[in-house]
Ligand binder design. Structure first.
Ligand SMILES: [Fe+2]
Ligand SMILES: [Fe+2]
Length: 253
């Protein structure tokens, strides 16, 4: 089996706003769970979205600078605290000196344990959500708590009708399988089921999130693991979550 290196892909674009998937080296799966990292560029400024752990950082950095100067990266959005999201925090400042870190207020006292972050400005996202300014645009940090992290946020980009969902929508591919976009939803759902049943905290949290997200105008759902949903598959994903039944603590024991 040949493991491939995948180049970055512009997932969505509208005028001066673009959302870029930052590539992949399939051999990364030998070290840890495959994760998607993204870059949102708006009006010449950029936000890194879940840039990932230490061992993917070189690939992430090389792909970011194809789209934007590192000085123009003004922020890093962390959906939550996990190592596959935040593991490179202690080198962010060296490579992206102007980047503030946006993360749930409940995690800012834990993240310094990752190392030298004295010069990093942390912006605490309150439980109720927040608006993040990038270029001339407003982005929405949407609460998605307990899905799975107790301090978990999605990022909505109105200009692109795109929702980055962190661990919601994660798929774990079997060995040798990988694709960037969901094409066959029913087949793809098999790769999502275990993760959502085991990791999502409870049905109540999922239902609260669904009620919020169903009001959004959506064309793209981009998760931190697995594949991206576009068009009709965004609606099918939401329906799938609604019909998933009990999850997490609901099925303990
Ligand atoms: Fe996670
Ligand atoms: Fe994750």
């Amino acid at each position: 089996m040949t493991l491939k290196v995948r180049n970055p892909v512009v997932v969505a674009e509208n005028g001066d706003v673009r959302f870029v998937w930052l590539g992949l080296d399939e051999s990364e799966a030998e070290k840890g769970i495959l994760a998607n990292q993204y870059l949102l560029v708006a009006d010449g400024e950029a936000l890194l979205v879940d840039p990932g752990g230490y061992y993917v950082f070189e690939r992430v950095y090389k792909n970011v600078v194809k789209y934007v100067d590192p000085e123009k990266v003004v922020g890093v959005f962390y959906s939550h605290q996990d190592p596959d999201v935040t593991g490179s925090l202690n080198i962010i400042e060296d490579f992206f000196p102007n980047a503030k870190v946006y993360v749930s207020a409940i995690w800012t006292r834990f993240l310094p344990h990752l190392g030298a972050v004295a010069g990093v400005k942390m912006v605490e996202l309150p439980d109720t959500g927040a608006t993040i300014r990038l270029g001339k645009r407003n982005l929405e940090a949407i609460p998605a708590h307990f899905l799975h992290s107790p301090g978990h946020f999605n990022l909505y980009v109105p200009d692109l009708k795109l929702l980055f969902t962190g661990d919601i929508g994660a798929a774990v591919f079997p060995e040798g399988e990988w694709y960037l976009y969901v094409e066959n939803f029913d087949e793809h759902a098999k790769y999502m089921e275990w993760f959502h049943k085991r990791f999502m905290a409870c049905r109540k949290a999922l239902d609260k999130w669904l009620a919020r997200v169903e009001k959004l105008d959506l064309e793209v759902i981009a998760p931190q693991h697995g594949a991206i949903f576009t068009g009709e598959n965004t609606r099918r994903f939401i329906e799938w979550l609604r019909s998933l039944g009990p999850v997490g603590a609901d099925i303990l024991g």
